[in-house]
Design a protein around this ligand. Structure first.
Ligand SMILES: C[S@@+](CC[C@H](N)C(=O)[O-])C[C@H]1O[C@@H](n2cnc3c(N)ncnc32)[C@H](O)[C@@H]1O
Length: 252
């Protein structure tokens, strides 16, 4: 039984003050994504060995998305999830991509045909009951409060609307965890630096790992979804580390 209540505050991970300056986590996250936006896809391709877009498309299709013409992709970044939504939906899609990083939004506009909106996942600038489905790829850890964010997701979805969130969940201990840590925190960060020559891009991958390691467990993410009123909350796991959280807004 979950102790979480809809009005609680649930940060996705403990503070990582070694990274944040005076602007705290929000200022840091915005700065680091703005700075690494032009190189994000290059390094992501390297890190995923070219399978990132294919995997995102597969995950969307596995869960029956898009399930209607109005889709919101929160934390759109450069548009990696959004482009796969487009590919699966074909014509007639009203796709909105939201992100606080103007650098990321500029890349998304260049690379995809979508309405790119500046904003925060925890304070969505849309009316109630707007979207048939909502997606968010690899951004859970960058939000300040999971409960506030999930309340917003529920609010803007239409009754019966569907949520899909993708996330990497490292093994809690053992060799698997050490291997993934070495891959993301050392190998990818070093490769990112060698390819881009940008210190910030390399730091982004070290920061990614530290947030993954400190992240609340999947059970708590699911409890938070349930606490705000989502139903059919579920988690599918691919290859032991790729979490695909799904949930539905109840019919009115
Ligand atoms: C790792 S990228 C993921 C981009 C894309 N979804 C993908 O699958 O590659 C995380 C994104 O979350 C965005 N982000 C950070 N804080 C956010 C917030 N509070 N609300 C919405 N998006 C946020 C960042 O600007 C960044 O573009």
């Amino acid at each position: 039984m979950s102790g979480l209540r809809a009005g609680d505050v649930l940060p996705p991970h403990a503070d990582l003050p070694q990274y944040y300056g005076p602007g705290g986590k929000r200022g840091y996250v915005q700065r680091i994504f703005d700075a690494s936006a032009p190189d994000y896809e290059r390094v992501e391709r390297l890190m995923s060995l070219g399978t990132g877009s294919w995997y995102r498309r597969r995950a969307l299709a596995r869960h029956g998305l898009p399930c209607g013409p109005k889709v919101l992709d929160v934390a759109v970044g450069t548009g990696l999830v959004a482009r796969e939504v487009q590919r699966l939906a074909g014509d007639g899609l009203l796709l909105v991509g939201l992100d606080p990083s103007l650098g990321m939004l500029a890349q998304a506009r260049r690379r995809s045909a979508l309405a790119a909106v500046a904003g925060l996942g925890e304070r969505l600038p849309f009316p109630d009951h707007t979207f048939h489905c909502l997606t968010m790829g690899y951004a859970l850890r960058h939000l300040p409060d999971l409960l506030a964010t999930f309340r917003e997701f529920l609010r803007v979805l239409k009754p019966g609307g569907k949520l899909l969130m993708l996330e990497i969940t490292p093994p809690r201990r053992g060799f698997g965890k050490l291997t993934l840590k070495a891959y993301i925190r050392t190998l990818t960060a070093t490769a990112a630096w060698l390819v881009t020559r940008h210190r910030t891009t390399a730091e982004l991958w070290r920061y990614f790992w530290d947030t993954m390691e400190a992240c609340v467990p999947p059970e708590e993410v699911m409890q938070a979804l349930t606490a705000v009123g989502f139903t059919a909350v579920d988690r599918y796991v691919e290859l032991g580390i790729f979490s695909e959280y799904t949930a539905r807004k109840p019919e009115a």
